[in-house]
Write a protein that binds this ligand. Structure first.
Ligand code: NAD
Length: 364
């Protein structure tokens, strides 16, 4: 007969064996590692660098910055060799550096177009932050530049690798919500310092829509699983001093999808507590609350709470992107330049709908 002690001993043995196995498998990774240089050592660049410390398949090996003191600090902190440090004038020379595979562009939106094209011309893969560009035309030029240089272009859509999000996508594909007919996306926060680049049209390309509204745009597409065919939009501005011409404070927009679903979304720089996705179908619903913040992401469906692991989004994103760039993996939801151009076409159409007051057709 098995005693409690036998059982505990066996359990301890298995736990030890399991942890030995997992540390063995961790050490065992001998596959390709993506060697990344980060361009733009600001707040999000720092978050990505910290998260990359826990990556298995991606490693921070270089920096591109206009501030020599930041370069020194990052060299010390992340063990970056002198040969892998560049500034905005000389980074084209990265072409001659065999120790860097990809550059992650994490600068203000309005700079992405030029910087991504220069990285492509230096024959390195590019990862670019969202929004990839400030309009679809620039976005398409970036896609074309990467294609003709023979490098890949990915965009920092970290939610495409987030487990709660992926579980809802799995359920939708398995028809567990029935016919999906409605999505609501709420994206917003109160923006502080009025002098920051996010409120400067030349650097931001717009306002809240470019920065945070894009989460509801992109989210409506991966939650519903289709691309929209029309958009309507309405803008309100309560503070024209802080939010100058071309910098949107609040826009509500609606999207129509080919299968009959509609999306109703809010993008704003003037309210907190807005980070929620809600998907409704004829047989069930899904809610993510919060839906796109750094986490922990939480959610529920008509079947109950979504139990999925809480991850550091940027760690998972960079490991998965290494798999895409080096091993040709296919993500569940696309993270390439074409995907980003679709979002930019929707943003262009939202701005056009605000100006005209008319419904705008989309051809994605
Ligand atoms: P930030 O202001 O903190 O950092 C921007 C960096 O770019 C700074 O290091 C700054 O020195 C540098 N820079 C280079 N040229 C500049 C110029 N001409 N003007 C201003 N700064 C210049 O901004 P951030 O929050 O790190 O955002 C950078 C990018 O990352 C943006 O595209 C933003 O949308 C994106 N972002 C994405 C996420 C996400 O979750 N995926 C989160 C935050 C920011």
């Amino acid at each position: 007969m098995q005693t409690r002690r036998d059982f505990l001993q066996k359990m301890t043995g298995s736990v030890l064996a399991l942890s030995a196995l997992s540390s063995f498998t961790e050490k065992k990774y001998e596959g390709p590692v993506l060697r990344v240089a980060i361009m733009g050592l600001g707040s999000y660049g720092t978050r990505v660098a910290e998260a990359m410390k826990s990556c298995t398949k991606a490693k921070l090996v270089g920096v591109i910055s206009g501030t020599p003191s930041k370069i020194k600090a990052w060299q010390t902190k992340y063990g970056i060799p002198e040969n892998n440090c560049y500034n905005y004038e000389n980074f084209d020379r990265i072409r001659d550096n065999p120790d860097i595979d990809a550059v992650y562009v994490i600068t203000p939106n309005g700079l992405h177009h030029n910087q991504v094209i220069r990285v492509a011309q230096a024959r390195k893969h590019v990862i670019c932050e969202k929004p990839m560009a400030v309009n679809a035309k620039e976005g398409q030029e970036m896609v074309d530049a990467c294609q003709s240089a023979g490098v890949k272009l990915l965009v920092g859509y970290r939610m495409h690798f987030e487990p709660h999000t992926l579980e809802i996508i799995r359920m939708r594909k398995a028809n567990e919500f029935g016919k999906v007919l409605f999505f609501q996306g709420l994206s917003g926060f109160i923006i502080g310092d009025p002098t920051q680049w996010r409120l400067n049209k030349a650097l931001s390309g717009g306002g809240a829509m470019m920065d945070i509204g894009i989460y509801s745009i992109n989210g409506s597409r991966y939650m519903i699983g289709e691309d929209p065919i029309w958009v309507t939009a309405q803008e309100t501005k309560t503070n024209p001093v802080k939010f100058k011409d071309g910098v949107d404070e609040t826009i509500q927009f609606q999207l129509g999808f080919p299968g009959g679903a509609t999306a109703s979304c809010l993008s704003t720089y003037s309210l907190n507590n807005l980070d929620r996705f809600f998907l409704d179908g004829t047989q069930g619903f899904a809610e993510l609350l919060p839906a796109t913040g750094y986490g922990p992401i939480a959610g529920r469906t008509h079947k109950g709470e979504i139990n999925q692991p809480v991850t550091t989004h940027q760690t998972v994103q960079m490991d998965e992107m290494a798999g895409i760039l080096l091993e040709g993996h296919q993500p569940v939801v696309a993270v390439d330049g074409h995907e980003a151009v679709k979002d930019l076409k929707i943003i262009d159409a939202i701005y056009a709908a605000v100006r005209s007051g008319q419904k705008v057709d989309l051809h994605l």
